[in-house]
Each structure stands twice: as C-alpha cells, then as structure tokens.
Write a new protein. Structure first.
Length: 328
C-alpha cells in the first residue's frame, strides 16, 4: 500500500458505494426469534424485556404465522409449567400443555421449531438440572447429579421431538447431555430430529431479565458449577468439539456480545453451523439506554447484529428478530 495515494474514504462517499463494498449482510434467514410459552390464555408482558411477552397457545399460533409472513424461518420456543418440583417432573409429560402447543404449532405452520431443553423453568430450586446432595461442607452443594439430570433432559427432548419439534436445544450445560439426548431420540425412532447444542454457555449476568420470565433464578447458589467461566476461551473449543463428537448438528455460543472472540474461534474450529444467542441482558440494556434518550435502539441493534454475524455466527437468536426482519 502506498500511503500517499490511499484514500479509503473514497469507497464511503455514498450509500450506493457503501452498499457495493459491504462485507457483512444480514438476511432474514439468519435470525431466530425466541418465544415464551405460558399456560392458560392471552399474553403476559415481561417488565425487564419491553416488547417481549409470554404467550399462550392461541397467541403463539398467531405469532408463528406473523413471523413466517415476515420471512423469519425459525423460532426458539421456551416451555414452562405452573407445577414445579425438585426434579422438574412436569417438564416431560408426553401430553403436557407445552407438548400440546408444540403439536399445534407444527400442525398449523411449517416454521422451523426449535425447543429449549432444560429443567430450570420446572424446578422449585431454579437450577438447570437435578441437584446432587453433596455432604461435604467445603464443596458447593449445588452440583448437578449427572445421571439423573441426563435422564430427565433426554425425556424432555423425546417429548418435544415426539410432539413435532424439528430441533431440540439442550441448554443445561450438563456434561454428556448431547450424547444422552441423541441416544434417547434414536432409540425412540426420532433419528431425524436435530440437536442445536448450547455448547458454549457462560455463567453470565446478561441472563438477568430472562430469569424473571419463568422465575428461574436459582433459589440458592448460582450456575457457576456448570456454566462456563467468562474468563475462559480455550475451554469453549473443548466444549464445542465434545458436543460435535456427541452428535450436535449445530452449536451455540451464548451470550454473544461480550464473546465475539469466542464466536470467531468456534466458527474456525468446527464444521457445523454456529449460532450465537444475543441474550436478554444485551437487549434490555439497549432498550433502557434508548428509553433514556442516550442512544438510538434501531441503529444500536443493527450494529450489534452485524457485529455478531461479522464475528462468524451463521445464525443469530435475538429478541430483535421480528423487528430486524422488517428493517432488512
Ligand atoms: C436456561 C436458559 C437461560 C437462557 C436461555 N436458557 C438462562 C440461564 O441459563 O440462566 C438465557 C436467555 C437470555 O438471557 O436471553 N437454561
């Protein structure tokens, strides 16, 4: 490069030129919209997530149709049940209200239905698995009981797949969860159901608003015993490789914004599609700043979504999916 003659701004002079040389382009098919199921009727708003509401079956059916009309190809659906217990037994009933809802959505629409597979919305203690009772005082008492957790997650996944979910997305960060689910699905004859693994999920404060949705904050302790330490990067590659080896069809990095380096590294390390979850706190902080007049939500959201794609994400799970589909 000859410095004297370089004027990189020549290619920034007009929006037409900028369009020509843009390196990253968002498509509607990059975006996945998270949706939240509630029992009963109507909707229930979530104070910490303006614009996001829990939806009953009827409302979800209409929403899936509206999203499809806008060009969104997939939704990530979260389930819940009013009855919680220590082992989350309301999570896998073959004909539970959530499973019936999966069935109804798949009957009415061909939107790709991804379901979150976790216990935290179904357990009284709010942890993502079944808690092991360790006797030792100097150890965290909130370790997950691996065997019982894997068995429960496999049952949830089978119940979702039997109801028609196209893709199940285990998010408990229980070691071995992908293998346990793959095995259970195949045994049940559900070998066409794909797995999107929350392979790289950090113990993050950016999940704050989400935990209000299903009141799923751990009643005691925290999730650092099973989710990743935000200081670690190499470990993310181990998590992703192990999940691919266990049969994950796609892997996810979560959160996205503080982990763009991780998205880039995982993209380079695996050969399956990589999804990034632009989580509740990342959305809520932009909403809050916009409400104060400190920044503009739309341009900030656009910048965030482009940066996640530029880092290497093939798919972006985001609460802006519906709006962004209209901006594209
Ligand atoms: C639960 C789960 C969480 C999120 C998705 N699945 C919360 C957590 O692990 O504490 C967070 C999503 C968001 O913050 O938008 N397993």
């Amino acid at each position: 490069m000859i410095f004297e003659n370089s004027r990189l701004a020549r290619l920034r002079q007009s929006s037409n030129i900028r369009d020509l040389v843009r390196e990253t382009r968002l498509h509607k098919s990059d975006l996945i919209m998270p949706l939240f199921f509630k029992e009963g009727k109507g909707t229930q708003s979530v104070p910490a997530l303006p614009g996001v509401a829990k939806m009953s079956r009827e409302v979800l059916l209409r929403e899936a149709e509206a999203l499809q009309k806008l060009g969104i190809k997939a939704v990530l659906l979260f389930g819940s049940a009013s009855a919680k217990d220590a082992v989350g037994s309301s999570s896998y009933a073959a004909d539970g209200p959530f499973q019936q809802t999966i069935r109804a959505i798949k009957k009415a629409s061909d939107i790709v239905l991804i379901t979150d597979v976790c216990l935290c919305a179904y357990t009284t203690h709010g942890h993502c698995g079944i808690v092991a009772h360790s006797g030792a005082k100097n150890r965290t008492p909130f370790r997950l009981d691996s065997g019982r957790t894997l068995a429960a997650l496999a049952k949830i996944a089978v119940s979702h797949a039997q109801a028609g979910a196209d893709i199940v997305a285990p998010s408990a960060m229980a070691d071995g969860q992908v293998a346990a689910i793959r095995q259970a699905l195949d045994k049940a004859g559900l070998d066409t159901t794909a797995i999107l693994s929350y392979a790289v999920k950090y113990a993050s404060s950016f999940y704050g608003p989400f935990r209000d949705i299903y009141d799923s904050s751990p009643a005691q302790g925290d999730r650092r015993g099973y989710q990743m330490d935000p200081a670690n990067g190499r470990e993310a590659l181990a998590e992703a490789a192990l999940d691919v080896a266990q049969g994950a069809d796609m892997v996810m990095v979560k959160p996205a914004l503080a982990y763009l380096d991780i998205i880039q590294a995982v993209r380079a390390a695996v050969y399956v599609p990589v999804a990034a979850y632009n989580v509740s706190g990342e959305y809520a902080m932009v909403k809050a700043a916009h409400a104060q007049g400190w920044l503009d939500e739309k341009s900030a959201a656009w910048e965030i979504l482009n940066s996640i794609k530029r880092a290497g994400a093939d798919l972006i799970i985001t609460y802006w999916a519906k709006e962004a589909a209209q901006w594209i």
